[in-house]
Design a binder for this molecule. Sequence first.
Ligand code: FPP
Length: 278
Amino acid sequence: MWAAVPVAHVAYSAVSCCRKRKERSVHSIVALFNILKKEESAPLTRPVPQHIAVIMDGNGRWAKKRGLPRTAGHKVGAETFRTIATYCKDIGVKYFTVYAFSTENWKRPAEEVQTLMDLFRRYLKEAIETMAEKNVAVQVLGDLSVLSEDIQQLIADCNEEAAKLEHPAIASLCINYGGRDEIKNAMRAIAKKVQSGEIQPEDITEDMISQNLYTAHMPDPELIIRPSGEIRTSNFLLWQSAYAEYCFTDVLWPDFKPEDLEQAIADFNKRQRRFGGI
Ligand code: FPP
């Protein structure tokens, strides 16, 4: 459940925070490094969630603030995804899942949809080439049947590469994903088994429903982060989020940094999770 985190990452995070505070001098940063260097041999542990999910919101507003087209926000948002996915893996987060394109996002202007699909294409190609070296299995969750054939092929190639990895970190992109759609599909699959007599209605369990979702064989997310100041779930991981802790921040996704993730993890670690108990 909890992972050991090397001092170097804490140092990175601490230094990043220091950078933001102009009043701190270069000398204090050097002093901080010296203290941390001395401790480097002693492994420091701190809890990190096993599964973090993010609603990558605020790309359009980020672009608008700069007088840029919305697509520019998505491009920078894709870079932020790379940075945060790598950081998650480095600090020991086993599963990192992002909401990249919802079942409702097809309503957006064609140019915006096209840009997002191109970003997915580029990322999947890159993932196929670098997966073995990074030991990160990239997978896509959602109703993939309506995606273009070439993207479906890239996803299949990704899955093939991912299957070769041993104990990888898992990065999941939710594309053409909707929580209600996912639950509906699970219900249909289970209903077919009841119809064929394979199971009885009484045999349906929560675990069976979980195993018929796109996230089957993954643990539920413990922490879900939504940047950009919006405070809603927007149809993301509806079933899986039953006991997730939410963290909302005003930071727009393209501006989201490892230190914002660290802040969310620190907030998460202060929460008392009771799962309905006392
Ligand atoms: C919602 O913010 C964001 C999306 C619908 C798309 C998110 C996708 C990316 C960041 C690209 C990901 C790419 C890869 C390769 C993972 P919004 O644009 O609706 O923001 P707004 O509310 O400010 O308009």
